[in-house]
Every structure is written in C-alpha cells, then in structure tokens.
Design a protein around this ligand. Structure first.
Ligand SMILES: Nc1ncnc2c1ncn2[C@@H]1O[C@H](COP(=O)(O)OP(=O)(O)OP(=O)(O)O)[C@@H](O)[C@H]1O
Ligand SMILES: [Mg+2]
Length: 464
C-alpha cells in the first residue's frame, strides 16, 4: 500500500484514477494544481507520483525533477495522450518509471502502480544493502586499535541494537558524527533515513520549523507547508548535533515531542505521529549547562539514556600512527608521485603532539603534508612547525583554562582556599605554557608576569 500523488488538469480523469487506486487500498491525494502538488511533495512525502506530461500551466518533466530532488527513490509515472508517446518515451529516458497512454484501462493503471511501488521498495533495500556492504557508515571506516576506542565501539554495537536515545560526548573532531552514523547503520532502523540537524547553525525560529515543520502562512515567507525533519525521518534516526546550543524554548518543545511521540507543525493544529530514534552529540558539558539553567534537566534524561563518551585522540594509545597511515593512503597519490610511507621521525612527532583538534586535525595535517611533500617518504620537515616544535613537557590541556573544582568542605576555609589557589596556579601554568608550546618567555609575557617569577612558579609546581 502506498501514498500516491496524482496530478492532472482534467478533474474527471483524476477522480477516476483516485477511485480505482483507493479501491486497491492506496492513499491517493489528487490535485489539478501544480503548486499544490509541489506542496504535497514536500509535506506529505508520497511514495509515488503520477502526473500528466502536458498540462496548461505545468510541465510533467519539471514536476518529476522536483519529486526526485526530495527523494531519488520515488518513482514517477507519466500520463500522456496517444499523440505524445514519443515524448513519453523521452520522459522514461529522463528518469520516469513508466508511462500510461490515455485512455488506459483500470488494470493497466493498477499494474503500473504495483510495479512502481515494488521498485521503490527494492531501491530503498538496495541503497541500504549497498551502504552496509561498503561499510560506508559501519564500523569498517572507524579506525583505531586502542583499548579506549575498542571499548567505545563495543558499546556502540550494543547500544545500536536497542531503541534507546543516545548521547555522544567528545571534544571537537573526535568523531561524534561518525559514531552517530555507525549507530544508525547498525540499528534495526538502518533501512530508514539518517537525518542530521545542526542545532548551532540556525536561529531559533528556523530551527523550530526545520525540526517540526510548518503550515502554509504560519509566518511571513511560509508560502507552502512543509514537513519537519522529525516527521521526515520516520522509521529512521535524527542526529541532533551540538544539542547543547539548542535554545531553551525549543528544548521544551523537543521534550514534549519525545515524550508524546507526536508533534504539531508550526502554525498547525493537527497532531502528527513521529517514529524516530534520537542520537544527540555535544562537546559541551551538559551538566554544567543544566546548573547554569541553560539546558533542561528533564530533556537531558530523555536524550541521555545511553551515554557514549569519545576519548580525545591523545588518550588513544597507538591510534595516531594507525590513523595517520590510513589518511596517508587516502592522500598518497599526488600527481606523478606516490608517497611510499612515513619517515619514522615524522610518526614520532605526530605521536608526541597533543592534537587539540583530534582526528579532524590529524586528517587535515596529513592531507596538507601529502600535498607539500617532495620525497618518497613523508618526513618530519613536511609537518607544520608547531607539531615539530611541540614538547609534551607537561600534562595535556584536557581542562585547559578551566578552573579546578573547589576542594571539599572537610577543610577549614583557609586550607581550602590555599589548596584551591595551588591547584589553580598549576592548571593555569600548564594551560598557558601549552598555548605557547612550551616557550617560557612568550607564556610569561602573556601571563603578565616577569620571567623570573614565572620560572619560580614553574619550579614550585615542578613543571618543566
Ligand atoms: N576513528 C576514526 N577513524 C577514521 N576517521 C575518523 C575517526 N574519527 C573521526 N574521523 C574523521 O575525522 C573527521 C571528524 O569527525 P566528526 O565530524 O565525526 O567529528 P565530530 O566529533 O563530529 O567533530 P565536531 O565536534 O567538530 O563536529 C571526519 O572526517 C571523520 O571521518
Ligand atoms: Mg560534528
């Protein structure tokens, strides 16, 4: 059974087809108005479109193009007068699934529709099979042999099988989106869509209409009604990226949607059922945002059923070399020459560096180095200066700049204050040294203290 959009300029023709198709159990939306049809394509997401090829104020080919932009697996059947069979054949060449020459019989119509819907199912199945075979978003393309990443992948494998909402946490560039896609591809929803939404990219009202959709006239510029992504992703997964940036007002609306499993479009009155799994990601500390009143605690518990924390690259023993190798394979062919591999000194430098931008930074560094390398091996001189000069003389700046949390109340105020100041000093020094890559003069200048004092502080805290 499918949802079918019918477009023809003859009302009798429409009514006949609609009746025939409804009898075989299909849901038919019929219209003579091409603008209306476009709106239906966007808001009702039909499985199949049947359109007249020649209409006084529309072109069937153009309608087909619109139908395919939104969903390439949506078949289109062209209706055509006998005299224009040649153009119908051309339409099939241009991507129509089939054509029916008027007048056609009931059986011809139902048969064409059944075939088209069967083809659609096949296409969707194939698309998923292909993705799985190539491991496009499976585990094959997640590289890493370290214990910490293996543990994450094991968790992803288990979490994917469930229907629970997942929150992926990690610094920028640690692979949060990659993991979200792997969850989807390995879940029972793999046949459905994976719909990413960047909550940081849009202003509140736009984000709202992206997520929930809107009815025509809901606001200035809403010339047609439109389904929201939560609706479009039916049967699939919605990836809410940078969820920490979602405005509080919208958080309330999202919470309601998750709890009630239905939504109302902006400006709409009808409740629409949704069927999505939510995977969210953030590099923010949501618990802090909750304490600051910038994130709803009740929403947090809804999206954070299973939490997958991604370790920063510097904490993945051995993975830098593995990833670098894989990225080199990707970029090794540079015109005439092919890079054979790494000079060991280059690998050593890469392993020493602290990778604040994580895997994405490594990826970009290797891409650039491959483009610039002259020899057969990628050497240390092909790496950027800040990586060559990096000295891991102090602890990694995982909490760079962040103040330590206050010591417990078991101390006297004086002791607590002293200890806190000590901790703060150590963290501050490490962070600022790190920013200036171990250059004491520069770090001291930036900190606004003279070199001698700076050295004294370093000695006190035994920071090299
Ligand atoms: N384990 C990995 N193996 C291979 N490639 C990876 C891995 N982790 C990340 N990448 C690659 O690094 C880049 C960044 O990954 P991704 O976009 O998933 O990170 P992110 O955590 O979403 O980053 P941001 O917070 O900046 O959005 C992508 O090109 C991704 O393919
Ligand atoms: Mg991302």
């Amino acid at each position: 059974m499918g949802r079918i959009l019918l477009l023809d300029d003859e009302p009798d023709m429409l009514e006949n087809c609609r009746r025939i198709l409804a009898r075989s159990g299909h849901e038919c939306i019929a219209t003579t108005d091409p603008a209306k049809a476009t709106e239906i394509l966007e808001s009702k997401l039909p499985d199949l479109m049947i359109t007249d090829l020649r209409m006084p104020d529309a072109d069937g080919l153009e309608m087909m193009r619109r139908a395919h932009v939104l969903d390439p697996a949506r078949p289109v059947i062209m209706l055509t007068a006998f005299a224009t069979i040649e153009s119908a054949v051309a339409a099939v060449k241009a991507g129509a699934f089939d054509y029916l020459a008027k007048p056609f019989t009931m059986d011809q119509l139902t048969l064409a529709v059944e075939r088209a819907l069967a083809q659609r199912n096949l296409m969707i199945e194939n698309r998923n099979l292909r993705d799985q075979l190539h491991g496009v978003y499976g585990f094959d393309n997640i590289i890493g042999g370290s214990q910490s990443i293996s543990r994450v992948l094991e968790m992803v494998r288990k979490a994917a099988r469930s229907e629970a909402n997942i929150l992926v946490l990690g610094e920028s560039g640690t692979g949060k989106e990659l993991i979200a896609r792997a969850v989807h591809a390995n879940s029972p929803r793999a046949a459905g869509a994976f719909v990413p939404v960047d909550c940081a990219a849009l202003p509140e009202t736009l984000l709202e209409s992206e997520l929930f959709g809107h009815e025509r006239g809901a606001f200035t510029g809403a010339v047609a009604s439109k389904a929201g992504l939560l609706e479009i992703a039916g049967g699939g997964t919605v990836f809410l990226d940078e969820i920490g940036e979602m405005p509080v007002g919208l958080q309330a609306k999202l919470l309601r949607a998750i709890q009630e499993r239905d939504i109302r479009r902006v400006g709409g009155t009808q409740q629409i059922k949704i069927d999505v799994r939510i995977v969210s990601a953030t590099n923010r500390d949501l618990r802090t945002l909750i304490a600051e009143g910038r994130f709803r605690e009740d929403l947090f518990y809804r999206i954070d059923v299973i939490e997958i924390p991604l370790p920063p690259l510097r904490d993945r023993q051995g993975d830098v070399a593995l990833l670098a190798q894989r990225f080199l394979e990707k970029f090794r062919n540079q015109g005439e020459r092919t890079l054979r591999g790494f000079d060991p000194a280059a690998i050593e430098a890469l392993e020493k560096y602290h990778w604040p931008g994580n895997v994405r930074e490594l990826h970009n560094v290797i891409e650039r180095a491959c483009a610039l390398a002259e020899g057969a091996l990628l050497g240390i001189s092909d790496l950027p200066e800040y990586i060559r000069a990096f000295e891991p003389s102090h602890q990694a700046p995982a909490q760079s700049g962040a103040a330590p949390s206050p010591p417990g109340a078991d101390l006297s105020f004086k002791e607590a204050k002293a200890r806190w100041v000590e901790e703060l000093e150590a963290k501050y020094l490490t962070a600022i040294l790190d920013r200036y890559r171990g250059n004491v003069s520069q770090a001291a200048r930036a900190a606004g203290v003279d070199r001698t004092t700076f050295h004294r502080l370093l000695n006190k805290h035994r920071i090299r």
